[in-house]
Each structure stands twice: as structure tokens, then as C-alpha cells.
Design a protein around this ligand. Structure first.
Ligand code: ATP
Length: 748
């Protein structure tokens, strides 16, 4: 479909195609290396993520030979990748380059860089004029984003763009960056982002990386690790780009950054693009992840300077293209973000394949061999630097919550050995920088635990969400089914909940994040809730998440650290609340003790409590929570019935198709009675069966009852307050200053 449209476009009058000309002396090129340009699609077509993929190209001849079509490009636009096979190929996806190598307006001057950057008044006036123009363009872009609820590109970029603009006119003291010896351009870019000083990990890691060392960087969640590797990469690119101008050296990608999740890969890309937005020339940054068109990513890779990818999609492309693999072997930096997750045994087979493939020498390449003095064994050395980052490296933290907790597991030394075994560093001993040796948790995070019955988690979840009605909350569960169920359950209670899990299409995943991020304060609504699996646990940097709720206890301590780290990022504060069933509370306390003090790894159990290691129990007013039960029960019933009916309809559909294929008549009742439809089985199955039997009228009645309940007053026993709409706020400002009980220190 896309192809037909595209052809129509490219063949339209004015397009620069010429057919059937002599091909003598012309160099046939692959379709991917042509200079495709995106075609603007009218808004009404809702071309989210370039779905229609319309592109056009100029200056290209088409040569038809029998049934094949070949392309002849007058100029070889892309360097370094031109060995792609010549082929006639269907193009089905769009490619709107997100990075840019075009020169940009000079960056603004800032206080600290004034000494280095002495702009004349005229230049400044020019810069101001350009900025104004850019600002207007951005405002128009943001407006169009707002106008189109389906648009999902740059999910992580939009909000910050405006903040950057506001920053432009401020004078910012950048003197704390000076010791890092960054280029004036970079300082200027950082000032634009309002980053007046480096974070601790940035201050420690940037000089080491810029001095050519391999680095293992450990720093708490939200502490700016992305720029700790991002800044030196961009600095190297700037230096190389300047040198390239004076030589004929071909352009190669400079860095490959591996990320465990798609969202994180896109976020890193956007973060680096934001950093580069203030540079006069910037690297082409592209993300390569599953769930999006592979052809588009292959094309982007051909011109990429910095590649951020998830292991699966990266390996899919690298293993099928020698040119891509060859180019990536020449990178200066290999970054493994969230390394403990990416290198976790049995998790990312492709990550290992990538590491092996990068280390293997290609035809005509030579390995440098050096003697490793530490053990006398010769080891292969590469020119690339390996940079490894995470908030958690200690293997002990990966230990499952289930099972006996042991505290004498791996310490830092062992964790380091583990990384050395897994990765082929250039240096025998990479620099190990640990900025949070004592506690693994973010500085401004407050943690609490609520004990409740296993079947009461829905009730307490609702109660805690009501405690924070105008905030942004992230709810973690351990299963996709629970994400689905809780999202519907909360929506039935009129709460703005969105789902995020790996079984969703990428477009829908990004849309959920986009909606979660939307600012509801103007409409005076409660803020949004994202219900997610651990796919959202690592790296996601969504502004203003005030509350993280662990509906299911995390499976391991490192999951707890990363989940909780979605709040209290950078200088912000936040709250993390665990909902624990009766059997979960004790092992969870122990699990959490591990992340609070490195000493706890080797601390005897008996000493943990006296050392003050652990999480406080929230003393919630259970009598008041009980008043919420009727509405919670109704919402649960509606949710379970809806889901069971949907599942039943799907199964019915499947059975019908199977019967059709077998050529037998399908009668669902007969099949059920004949027992082929398992009527018995687990309690869950039985419940599902019963839920399917509930009539539509009954569900309708429940919905009506719930609606009425949500409108009605809830007698809290303290004073008469409402628990719906704007009256929730009134309730929460209750006479005693607290609604569900005093939660010391948590600010709830
Ligand atoms: N020097 C700085 N000054 C102020 N804010 C910064 C600075 N560097 C980064 N930030 C901001 O801090 C936030 C967190 O950064 P980042 O996402 O890199 O954290 P992280 O350490 O990688 O977290 P995680 O471990 O969760 O992945 C981002 O919003 C980023 O823009």
C-alpha cells in the first residue's frame, strides 16, 4: 500500500526521475543509500511515526533490466557503507531523519564561557534573531503535537524543548564545568539546558573517558549517567568532525550504545539530541529498536554517527549486513547502559553475540595484541573504549526475593571481576567509579511499606492513589495480565490510568507514555497513572513522577532500586510505596536492607534492624480504607467480567476458525458440555467461566451502581467528605490533616 502511494509521489510531475536512459558510466547504487526525503503527510492522515513512509528522492536515474529495477545516483551521498547489495526492493516505511548534520545557529554565550566565547554585539543580535525564529518554529511544532493526539515521535523530547528556550535568555554561571575542559560549544549547550554544574558521576567520569580510559560508572538512579558518557562521545565527534574537514577521512559511526529496553533507547537518543541542539554542527543520532520499521533503521544506520540500540534489533541488522558490522567495528565507544541488566545471564543472548562480533576481526583488519601484565596471558586489545553504567552492579542484588536471603554474596570486587569476564575492555583494569558506595537509593527518595491481605491490594492501591490525587504515579506489577486488569480497574474508578507492557505494539507503548506525561493540571484533573511491568523499571526519565507503587513486590533488590528510581530523579523528591501481602513483608524488608547499605551485603541478619537498615511501615488508617471497599469491589467485578468476556470471545473465535479449518460444525455450548472446553480446573478458571456467564444487563447495573457510588459521599467517620472528582481534594485536606493515617516522614 505504502509502495503504491510512494510511487505515485515519486512519479508525479516535477519529481526528478528519469527512466530507461543509458547507464553507461553510471554507478549502480542500492536503494537504501539514496537521499530519501520525507514527504509531509496531511494531518488528517495521522501519519504517526512516519507510518505511511512516504518519501521522495531527487537526482536519481532508474534503469530497468528485465524484471529488475536499478538506481543510479549522481553523487555518492553516504560514505563507508556503500557495499550494500544492488537490488530492487520494496520500501514500506518512512525515514524522517531525527538528527541533523546541518550547521546550526551559533550557540548563545553564557557567563562562564564568556572568557572563551567573545561574541560581538552584532553577532549576538544575529543569534537572538535566529533564536526568535527557532522559538517560533518550535512553538508551532509543539502546537501541532498538541493538536494531534496520535503523534508519538519524540515522546521524550517535547517538554524539555520549551524549557530550553526559556533558559536561553538567562545568564547561567557555568564555572563548575570548567575543570572538565569541555569545548566552548559544549558549555554553551549545557547552559542552554540549564545544567549549571556537573552531577557527581559526570564530574568523575567525563575526564576519565576524555582521557581515553575504559570506565565502569556506578551512580544512583536519576543522577545523570546518560550525559556522563554522552558528553565525551559528542566532544570526540566534534573533534573528529573538525579534523575530517582537513582530511579525506571517511565518516564512520563513533559510538554504539546498547540499552535493555526500547523506550530507554529512544530516550537516550532524545537526550543526546537535546544536548546537541545547541551545537553549530551535530552528530547524526539514531535509535535502532524493535517494534519499528527495520528498513528505516537500516537507512538511518548508513549515515549514523551515534547509534543507540536494543540488542535484538541491533543484532538482527548487524548479523545480516557486513557493511554495518564492519563500520561498527570501527567505533570509538561501546557503551553498555544498565549493564547489569544487559549482561544478566540468559537475558540478552544477542548482546553477547554483538560483543563477540565486534571483537572478531573482519577481513583485512588486524588485531592489536598486547601482553597483559597481570596474568601473563596475551589479550586482544581494541582501539575502542568500553563504558559501562548502572545504578546497581552488585550481583547479590539480582538474587531472587523468593528463597533464602544470604548477605555474604558478591561485593564490589567480585562484581568487577564478573564484568571483566563478560566484556573485552581495552585496558586490563578499567576505572571503577562508584558514587554511591553506601546506599543504592536516590538521595531524595522516601520509602514506605503497607502490609495488607493478598486480596486487598486493589483496595490499598486505590487508597494510596487517592492520597496523591494531583500527582503522577507509576504502578509496577510483575505480570502483563495484572497490568491489563489494574488499568481497567482504575479507569472504572474514574482514574486516568494507562498501561505499559511488552506485549503492546510499540506505537501503543509510546502513546501510553505520551498520555501519562500529558499535563492535566490545566484541566484540574487528577494527574495520571501508568501501570507497567518492569519494562518501565530501567532508565525511564519521565518528569514529575512523585509516587512509585510496587503493587507486586519486586522480584529482586536491583528491580526495587530501579523501579523506585523512576521518582526522586536529579534534585527532585519522591515516594516509593510497597504493597506487601502477609508472607511478603519480612523477606521484602530483608531484600530492601540490601540496597540501603553496602555493608548490609555482609551484615548478619540480627544487626540489620539495629543499624536502621530497612524501610518503614506506613501506619495507614484501615478503618477509613474500609470505606472505599464497596466501590473497589464493584470495579473489580466489572473489570473481571469484562476481561473474561473478551477472553471468551477470543477463544470462541479461535475455536470457530479451527472448526472451519477441520470442516466440522462449531457449537460452543456442545463443546463445553462435551468437556473439551475445560469446565473444571483451577479456581481462577472457574471464576473466569462464571464471569463469562454474567449477563450484559447485570454488568450495566453494576456500572450504574458504581457511577452512583462515585458521586456519593463517603462517611469517613472523621468529617463528611467526598471521594470523587474535585471533592477528593477536600477529603484529603480532612480535619486531622491526614486521611488514611499519619505517615511520618513520607509526606503522604
Ligand atoms: N548536570 C546536570 N544538571 C542537572 N540535571 C541534569 C544534569 N545531567 C543530567 N540531568 C538531568 O537529570 C535527569 C536524570 O538523568 P539520567 O536519565 O541520565 O539519569 P540516570 O543516572 O541515567 O538514571 P537511571 O539510573 O534511572 O537510568 C535527566 O532529566 C537529565 O536531563
Amino acid at each position: 500500500m505504502a509502495i503504491d502511494k510512494k510511487r505515485k509521489r515519486t512519479e508525479a510531475p516535477g519529481a526528478n526521475f528519469k527512466r530507461q536512459r543509458s547507464n553507461a558510466g553510471k554507478r549502480v547504487t542500492s536503494v537504501d543509500s539514496l537521499a530519501w526525503k520525507s514527504v509531509e503527510v496531511p494531518e488528517m492522515f495521522n501519519d504517526a511515526e512516519g507510518f505511511y513512509g512516504l518519501e521522495e528522492v531527487e537526482g536519481v536515474d532508474i534503469i530497468r533490466e528485465g524484471n529488475t529495477v536499478k538506481f543510479v545516483n549522481e553523487s555518492d551521498k553516504f560514505e563507508g557503507f556503500d557495499d550494500a547489495p544492488v537490488e530492487s526492493e520494496a520500501i514500506s516505511e518512512g525515514d524522517s531523519p531525527s538528527g541533523s548534520a546541518e550547521p546550526k545557529a551559533p550557540a548563545p554565550s553564557k557567563k562562564a564561557s564568556k572568557a572563551q566565547l567573545k561574541d560581538s554585539e552584532t553577532q549576538q543580535a544575529d543569534v537572538k534573531a535566529q533564536r526568535k525564529e527557532k522559538k517560533e518554529q518550535k512553538a508551532a511544532k509543539v502546537e501541532s503535537v498538541d493538536a494531534d493526539p496520535e503523534l508519538e515521535t519524540n515522546v521524550f523530547a517535547q517538554a524539555v524543548d520549551l524549557a530550553e528556550d526559556e533558559a536561553e535568555d538567562n545568564d547561567i554561571d557555568m564555572s563548575e564545568w570548567v575543570p572538565l575542559d569541555l569545548s566552548p560549544q559544549m558549555l554553551s549547550s549545557l547552559a542552554r539546558l540549564k545544567f549549571s554544574k556537573p552531577t557527581v558521576i559526570q564530574a568523575q567520569a567525563i575526564p576519565e573517558v576524555m582521557n581515553g580510559h575504559d570506565v565502569i560508572g556506578k551512580a544512583s538512579t536519576g543522577s545523570g549517567k546518560t550525559l556522563a558518557f554522552g558528553i565525551p562521545i559528542v566532544e570526540r565527534w566534534l573533534a573528529k568532525a573538525a579534523a575530517r574537514k582537513e582530511s579525506s577521512e571517511t565518516k564512520q559511526p563513533i559510538a554504539l550504545i546498547l540499552s535493555p529496553t526500547r523506550e530507554l533507547a529512544h530516550q537516550i537518543a532524545d537526550h543526546l539530541k537535546r544536548l546537541c541542539a545547541g551545537l553549530t554542527t551535530s552528530p547524526y543520532i539514531c535509535s535502532v529498536t524493535g517494534g519499528l520499521a527495520v528498513q528505516k533503521q537500516q537507512r538511518q544506520l548508513q549515515k549514523a554517527d551515534v547509534v543507540i540500540g536494543t540488542p535484538g534489533r541491533m543484532w538482527e541488522i548487524m548479523s545480516s549486513s557486513n557493511s554495518v558490522l564492519g563500520a561498527l567495528r570501527g567505533i570509538d565507544f561501546l557503551v553498555i547502559d544498565e549493564a547489569d541488566r544487559l549482561l544478566k545471564d540468559g537475558h540478552f543472548k544477542e548482546a553477547e553475540e554483538i560483543l563477540i562480533a565486534l571483537d572478531r576481526t573482519g577481513p583485512g583488519e588486524e588485531e592489536e595484541e598486547e601482553d597483559d601484565e597481570s596474568d601473563g596471558e596475551p589479550a586482544t586489545r581494541h582501539h575502542r573504549q568500553t563504558l559501562v553504567f548502572s545504578a546497581t552492579f552488585n550481583k547479590a542484588l539480582q538474587q531472587k526475593l523468593a528463597g533464602k536471603a544470604r548477605y555474604n554474596l558478591m561485593g564490589d570486587a567480585e562484581s568487577l571481576e564478573y564484568l571483566l569476564r563478560k566484556l573485552n575492555f581495552r585496558e586490563p583494569r578499567p576505572k571503577f567509579l562508584d558514587t554511591n558506595p553506601v546506599s543504592q537509593m536516590a538521595e531524595n527518595l522516601k520509602e514506605g511499606l503497607i502490609q495488607c491481605g493478598d486480596s486487598e491490594k486493589d483496595l490499598y492501591l486505590y487508597a494510596v492513589l487517592l492520597l496523591q490525587p494531583t500527582r503522577r504515579a507509576l504502578v509496577f506489577t510483575n505480570s502483563i495480565n495484572t497490568v491489563r486488569r489494574l488499568t481497567t480497574f482504575l479507569q472504572n474508578l474514574n482514574l486516568p490510568a494507562f498501561a505499559l507492557h511488552s506485549d503492546m505494539e510499540q506505537k501503543a507503548r509510546l502513546r501510553s507514555i505520551e498520555r501519562f506525561k500529558a499535563d492535566n493540571t490545566k484541566t484540574n484533573q487528577t494527574s495520571s497513572i501508568l501501570v507497567a511491568t518492569d519494562v518501565a523499571a530501567r532508565g525511564l526519565d519521565i518528569p514529575n513522577i512523585d509516587l512509585v507503587i510496587h503493587y507486586h513486590v519486586p522480584r529482586s533488590a536491583d528491580d526495587y532500586v530501579h523501579r523506585s528510581g523512576r521518582t526522586a530523579r536529579a534534585t527532585n523528591s519522591g515516594v516509593s510505596v510497597l504493597l506487601c501481602g502477609p508472607k511478603e513483608a519480612v523477606p521484602t524488608q530483608r531484600l530492601i536492607a540490601k540496597v540501603h547499605a553496602a555493608a548490609a551485603v555482609n551484615m548478619p541478619k540480627s544487626k540489620l534492624a539495629s543499624a536502621g537498615v530497612g524501610v518503614q511501615t506506613i501506619d495507614i488508617d484501615r478503618r477509613l480504607v474500609a470505606h472505599l471497599r464497596p466501590r473497589v469491589d464493584l470495579s473489580k467485578k466489572i473489570t473481571e467480567t469484562t476481561i473474561a468476556k473478551e477472553k471468551g470471545a477470543k477463544e470462541d473465535d479461535w475455536m470457530k476458525k479451527a472448526a472451519e479449518e477441520l470442516g466440522v460444525e462449531y457449537d460452543s455450548e456442545e463443546l463445553k458440555q462435551a468437556g473439551s472446553w475445560k469446565g473444571k480446573g483451577s479456581g481462577k478458571k472457574q471464576r473466569e467461566k462464571e464471569a463469562r456467564g454474567v449477563s450484559k444487563a447485570e454488568v450495566k447495573q453494576w456500572r450504574w451502581e458504581l457511577k452512583e457510588l462515585l458521586k456519593k459521599r463517603v462517611n469517613t467517620g472523621v468529617s463528611e467528605k467526598y471521594l470523587s472528582g474535585v471533592d477528593v481534594d477536600a477529603l484529603l485536606r480532612g480535619a486531622r490533616g491526614d486521611f488514611l493515617g499519619q505517615v511520618k516522614g513520607l509526606g503522604l
